[in-house]
Design a protein around this ligand. Sequence first.
Ligand code: FDA
Length: 584
Amino acid sequence: MADIATDVLIIGTGPAGSSTAALLSTYGIENMVINRYRWLANTPRAHITNQRTMEVLRDLGREVEDEAYMFAADQELMGENVFCESLVGEEIGRLKSWGTHPLSKAEHLLSSPTFMNDLPQTFMEPLLFKTACQRGTQARMSTEYLSHIQDAEGVTTTCLDRLTGKEFNIRSKYLVGADGGNSLVAEHLDLPFEGQMGVGGSMNILFKADLSKYVAHRPSVLYWVVQPGADVGGIGMGVVRMVRPWNEWLIVWGYDISQPAPDVDNAFAEKVVRELVGDRDLDVDITSWSTWTVNNYYATRLQKDRVFCMGDAIHRHPPSNGLGSNTSIQDAFNLAWKLAAVLKGQAGEALLDTYSTERAPVAKQIVTRANQSIGEFGPIFDALGLTENNDPEVMQANLEARCDSTAAAEAQRAAIREAIAFKKYEFDAHGVEMNQRYTSSAAVTDGQVEPDFALDADLHYQPTTWPGARIPHVWLFDGDGAKHSTLDLAGGGAFTLLTGLGGKAWTEAAAKVADALGITINAHVIGPRQEHVDHTGDWARAREVSDSGCVLTRPDQHVCWRHDAMAEYPEAELTRVLTAVLAK
Ligand code: FDA
């Protein structure tokens, strides 16, 4: 017997759960979110926020996007990725990162209306959670998920009210497990996983100290510290991470996973901080510490009937490349519109199966990428001569050998440069962040072959309107001269059709098909004297169809169909495609 009812119950108020709640409420779907704790994330954890995530926030509303920028450290403060002996000690090398290299910056500007930024999870979660609650989400804190059973009509979830100690049931049509890396929902669903948990040990030390004099002239979110032991466990190297410039910090330092986790106390934490900063007399205020394990583990199916998992529940990996929270929010963007369409009676339940089809490959990709990035610190240690020997004196001598004027030292310097430059795959991998293309029944290709990547797909985003890809961003202009991204026209919980002056019949057909299917299709003719004008010709170059053709996008801004020119029966074509996409 259920005590409470809702359409979608979400377990967890992390980035995955809070964004699902915010999106569902925005789409007008009744939902409830629970968290076993009394409040949201109390440590900064995720911070690198990529452009695709910012596009989700922008789709939730400009006020949400703007608030994120307001609390974030600006992209310009992120980029001098420093490798050093300590913050005080000698600098070994640098890598312009996170879209701040002029060439990379150009690619960022061309790819999205949004900006990468550094937004600690302690700011991101409240923003998403507040948006959800403002728009109708019912939230219950201090409420713990215990178990669920599902039947043909819905799911009954048993929860514990941690304030009263009483158990109660929530009945919902669908259940979303966004309950993090120890997901009980995923365990109860018995989801298939590949990979391994606990491949490395790591500790986080959160502290306050004014480090301006060591860092402000080389602003970065990450300062990588090469010291004996820095290659053990952890995320590849010891790191001093900016939380707030330049007085709040997080140190990530590894430990050997084959040994018990270190017994951290305040004195130990202060010692690690002073060693990595390199200032024995540093005035440091330790806020907290914790130990955690590095995982290499992803689910190959993300759902079972009426229950879905997302976020760290289905992809468990180190923070390398900064993909965790980003991917969690993007999981939500994929699932939320599908749940909404089914609940509104616009789509058949088979649409929901495309969640796994589309997002499980992403889970595998990002878990693999993040773990690979740890291994790619190896050549830096090798080049510095730190892997051949454990003797600190020999290690120091090898490190210093790079400053000699010998041929060997020149070769060593070249090897160091090359190894650091290769870390672009972790610190400036725009393609990993932006190139997600889906292959499923919710993207109708009509046999058009997926375009190959002309450049390295991990490093460079490649726009395309091939069905399954996110619609390319270009700026269009309205009659007042204001600019609007193509992504602003798409999304907003609706399908969108873009065509040119020869394609007016598409818009008429779209209106009829939308009526017949009970959905919203926002149709736009782009051209001279229209509401949106392609003054620069960028859309004509990006659309990969002719003026009279069309590009159709889903509510998550991914293209679900395109047609090169006007069809003989546009209404029939749109009906065919949309009934397929919506599994009607
Ligand atoms: P998350 O773990 O955040 O949330 C789970 C939620 O479920 C919580 O609200 C929890 O209380 C709740 N819950 C769990 N069990 C429950 C139960 N039984 N009943 C009720 N509630 C329950 N990512 C990124 O994108 N960029 C970055 O730069 C970084 N950097 C980074 C640095 C460090 C040091 C760490 C440790 C991690 C990162 N990450 C990251 C990763 C990021 O923090 C992580 O991927 C996201 O928090 C995952 O979000 P989820 O919402 O999936 O889980």
